[in-house]
Design a protein. Structure first.
Length: 367
């Protein structure tokens, strides 16, 4: 579990490459021992933000605060962070053991053994071996020390890249889409293993991905980005259940987003129907967007449904069926384990707690 103390703070970070503004005045903080995921589509600025934290890019404006100190002028090798890239960047002329040992061999004896006065060569070698063996156990690669990295599978190479980054005992590990090159089954396995590693080590992970499921699976906190701006920050459940704007609602899972009017507290009009909801504090008769997740719509008999419509299409998704239901004023996307054939007349029922209201001005400003 992460601590409620700030380890990294980004204050007013802006960055442009030529005429392209990549980050716009970004403010956020990351807590000690937290698993944070920067999530967004290609070009949203997430990798640039990661590179700024790592020291590989310099912001045009703003501050990067690490443990209370501005580290803008600190080079990457002096920062207490390590990075794992999607392409692994392993040394093919070195075996597994020497790949992991590479960073340790660059340290002085005093850096490796700060509590030992004038450590001997034998003590240094023993410390390096201890750390490497610990990392091999952590990434489940014991017995592979003498193997060539070229003989390893993609998943095994990724484990070695992670071990090499962690063996230096950084306070923060930066991961830039590290699972992107793996097949789906292996990617899902590695998601769980990465989360387990982070919990065992008790260090901060900052993870970049465009994969929503990956972010929801691993993260304590998700930072949703688009167009160089942060759209929403929160835990996975909060972001999924209460998206701040239309971009977040569409990007995190599937959504039905309808133009609506908030008539008064707990009452909204959309698609020619009056709905009860749990939202309050909006002005009366305010134009808003209404969001309903496809799995939160129940298909029922036409005699008991709030709405009535015709099933226009059916897709089998493995766990559920995805159906498009046309009610005249809107075509709803519905997920159900029960299949209703194309052409069927069905009723739709939505409970108030499954309706989420968003201000249009927020959606437009942040889209």
């Amino acid at each position: 579990m992460y601590e409620d103390t700030r380890l990294i703070e980004l204050k007013g970070i802006s960055k442009a490459f030529g005429e392209t503004q990549v980050l716009h005045n970004v403010d956020m903080y990351i807590r000690r021992r937290e698993f944070v995921t920067l999530l967004g589509p290609s070009g949203c600025g997430k990798t640039t933000m990661l590179r700024i934290i790592g020291g590989f890019e310099t912001p045009d404006a703003g501050q990067v605060i690490f443990d209370g100190k501005d580290i803008a002028s600190v080079p990457p090798y002096r920062r207490r962070v390590n990075t794992v890239f999607q392409k692994y960047a392993l040394f093919t002329h070195l075996n597994v053991y020497d790949n992991i040992a590479f960073g340790l061999n660059l340290k002085t004896p005093q850096e490796l053994l700060p509590n030992v006065p004038k450590p001997s060569r034998r003590q240094v070698k023993a410390e390096i071996d201890r750390r490497i063996q610990h990392m091999l156990r952590l990434v489940k690669m014991e017995g592979y020390e003498k193997r060539s990295v070229d003989s390893l599978s993609g998943g095994q190479q990724q484990r070695i890249a992670i071990a090499r980054a962690l063996v230096n005992e950084p306070e923060v590990l930066l991961l830039d889409e590290p699972l992107g090159a793996l097949d789906l089954k292996l990617r899902k396995e590695m998601q769980l293993e990465l989360k387990s590693m982070q919990q065992q080590l008790g260090i901060t992970f900052i993870y970049v991905t465009h994969d929503q499921e990956e972010a929801l699976t691993m993260s304590d906190t998700i930072v949703v980005m688009n167009g160089g701006r942060i759209q929403q920050i929160g835990d996975g459940k909060k972001i999924y259940d209460e998206p701040k704007n239309a971009f977040v609602a569409n990007f995190i899972g599937d959504s039905n987003i309808l133009p609506a009017t908030m008539l008064r507290d707990f009452e909204v009009s959309a698609a020619g129907h009056l709905f009860e909801c749990v939202d309050e504090g909006f002005e009366e008769n305010l134009p808003v967007d209404m969001v309903v997740r496809p799995e939160d719509i129940m298909l029922v008999g036409t005699d008991v449904g709030m709405l009535e419509g015709e099933v226009k299409s059916v897709l089998f998704k493995g766990v559920h069926y995805e159906m498009k239901v046309d009610t005249g004023d809107f075509t709803w996307k519905v997920h159900s384990t029960t299949m209703y054939p194309t052409g069927s007349r069905v009723g739709l029922s939505i409970v108030p707690s499954n309706i989420h209201i968003m201000r249009k001005m927020e959606a437009e400003k942040n889209s």
